[in-house]
Ligand binder design. Sequence first.
Ligand SMILES: Nc1ncnc2c1ncn2[C@@H]1O[C@H](COP(=O)(O)OP(=O)(O)OP(=O)(O)O)[C@@H](O)[C@H]1O
Ligand SMILES: [Mg+2]
Length: 342
Amino acid sequence: MDLKPARILGIESSCDETAASVVENGRSILSSVVATQIELHAKYGGVFPEVASRQHIRTIYAVIDEALQQAHMGLTDVDAVAVTRGPGLAGSLVVGVNAAKGLVLGRNIPLIGINHLEGHICSAWLYHADTSRPPEAPKFPLLALLVSGGHTELNLMTDYLQYRRLGATLDDAAGEAFDKVARLIGLPYPGGPSIQKAAADGDPEAFKFPRSRLDGTWNFSFSGLKTAVLRVVRELEKTNRILPVNDLAASFQAAVVDSLFTKTMKAAREFEVKSVVVAGGVSANRALRDTFLHQSEFPVHIPPLSFCTDNAAMIASAGYFHYMAGHKDPLDLDVLPNWPLS
Ligand SMILES: Nc1ncnc2c1ncn2[C@@H]1O[C@H](COP(=O)(O)OP(=O)(O)OP(=O)(O)O)[C@@H](O)[C@H]1O
Ligand SMILES: [Mg+2]
């Protein structure tokens, strides 16, 4: 693909984050604004869809305005608007897509609908504009491990925009497993960061939790692990013992990281890739990052920490590669709440 200079405004509203960002050439982050609704939903222990869409309505234009201001730009300075089209909550996606339509209509620039999962993967190409030495871009063919709140899958990418799904979770997503296990052991939502924090003071070998192998496939499974944690918790509660929360968190985290790392390395060898990308909310996990960055036999690319969870820079990055490929969507673009990546 011939990559020419361009600036893309990205908009993201698929779940509980309202976000906008300007990214240059698919990689350099000129601005990124994320208005999170975590506190609004915390009392429900998860995202309440109607509350989410109405909050997006309240914040989206202020967030877009702030992203343009931080990039010292007006709408006339961007070449296209990329917006998350799916997967996600329909009522939330509609808010971002309609805001994007309003913007492109006024400027007569392309509207590009982006798959949120593709966005997560593209976040591994991002770096802050003030970085003195931009990191090398991932090389193709590559293996992309996507580990987020709703998805866990391994994709083989032979080039930009080319995804072949090798396998995925058969039950819970990795992030979902973190969230559910956190609840089981009494840690607050969202579970990922809470488990990471508790695990820092725990022994990862205190409990021998199972690693699902599913040999002969590139799939994952985390429900057996979750049940194993539940069994230990019930056993300890029966005897009125205090839960060793730190050890449980550390042992659970180690089992997840081990399963993800082992299978990804096996697939990377099998498909003889040149690099490995790890992206999605769970790629913010310190133990996962350390394992991939220090133990991999392949060059590993993981997004900057604040670009692992939902943001709009990743949508702008994916938008850039589609813009370079000449993709453009019509103004009657609808949202796709269950849109698979490949
Ligand atoms: N440090 C961390 N360790 C482990 N998990 C984490 C960490 N930080 C965030 N997560 C998990 O990442 C998930 C959120 O990631 P993300 O924003 O990518 O998910 P999502 O957008 O809800 O789902 P999807 O992208 O699949 O639609 C949550 O499940 C959260 O617990
Ligand atoms: Mg996400």
